[in-house]
Design a binder for this molecule. Structure first.
Ligand SMILES: C[S@@+](CC[C@H](N)C(=O)[O-])C[C@H]1O[C@@H](n2cnc3c(N)ncnc32)[C@H](O)[C@@H]1O
Length: 260
């Protein structure tokens, strides 16, 4: 398998595992409650990943509705199709969020969760979302502010460097602070935002931050911010904090809702 396909397959496998965690399930339920999908509605999930959200949406819109999931990673589409194989109202396509494969004003709702931080031209995607939504159509976006992480760690200097390196891996690491005015500029109204914190006071594999800390530090080593030995010491401290009951991690995801 070529390296790129290998990475894409690995990303899809990781998402299958990590997006089943209770922290993320809770966020998904919050997203669905805000979208308030009705039977018969047509909804588009941009950057659908392995299709967890689309799967739940398909039950809500029912057989008379339609869920279209869309992702740039073909491996995600394979997982999503498998997840929804018994749900003919769910369809999945590969492609880029920059060009949404839908006619003007044909969607009742659009969701885009944890995707825009990876997108280079966010205003263009917002224009596309607006284009495909019917008048009165609803939009839900979920994004993380990676600059607002709270972590109990002795080595503040190294921690800051590790998170700065993480920040630099995506075009929009703190999009939430810019999103409301951007949505307004692109013709959305009734814009509301809620914080959806991920708070972990235990450093265990069942919590979101457990794997995140490993990925974030792996990236720091890759970017030359620290070496493997320093990474090991930093991660060991988190394990020690788990043993002594002093582990504390919090990051906010922000759920935006808006209408046309
Ligand atoms: C963190 S995952 C979130 C998946 C899903 N939305 C969820 O919340 O479960 C980010 C997803 O966005 C997709 N993605 C990133 N940039 C994209 C783009 N420009 N167009 C389409 N999909 C994109 C990735 O392939 C990945 O599946």
């Amino acid at each position: 398998m070529p390296q790129n396909s290998k990475n894409s397959a690995l990303e899809a496998k990781e998402l299958e595992r990590s997006y089943k965690l209770a922290d993320i399930v809770k966020q998904r339920q919050h997203t669905l409650a805000t979208l308030a999908l009705q039977p018969g509605e047509k909804v588009f999930d941009i950057g659908c990943g392995v299709g967890f959200l689309a799967h739940e949406m398909a039950f809500l819109v029912g057989k008379s509705g339609q869920v279209i999931g869309f992702d740039q990673n073909p491996q995600m589409i394979i997982h999503a199709k498998k997840r929804c194989e018994d749900l003919p109202q769910a369809e999945f396509y590969e492609g880029d969020a920059a060009q949404l494969p839908a006619e003007d004003q044909t969607l009742d709702a659009v969701s885009c969760t944890q995707v825009l931080l990876y997108v280079k031209d966010v205003p263009n995607v917002l224009s596309e979302m607006r284009r495909i939504l019917k008048p009165g159509g609803r939009l839900v976006i979920v994004e993380t502010d990676w600059r607002g992480v709270v972590l109990n760690c002795a080595d503040d200097a190294l921690t800051n460097k590790i998170f700065s390196a993480w920040d630099s891996t995506v075009p929009s690491p703190n999009l939430p602070v810019h999103l409301s005015p951007l949505l307004k500029k692109h013709g959305f109204s009734q814009i509301q935002v809620e914080a959806v914190p991920i708070l972990n006071t235990e450093y265990t594999p069942s919590n979101f931050s457990y794997d995140m800390m490993k990925w974030i530090t792996k990236n720091a080593v890759k970017q030359g911010v620290c070496n493997e030995a320093q990474r090991g010491i930093w991660l060991k401290e988190l394990e020690e904090r788990e043993r002594t009951g002093s582990y504390f991690f919090c990051v906010n995801r922000f759920l935006f809702s808006a209408k046309i």
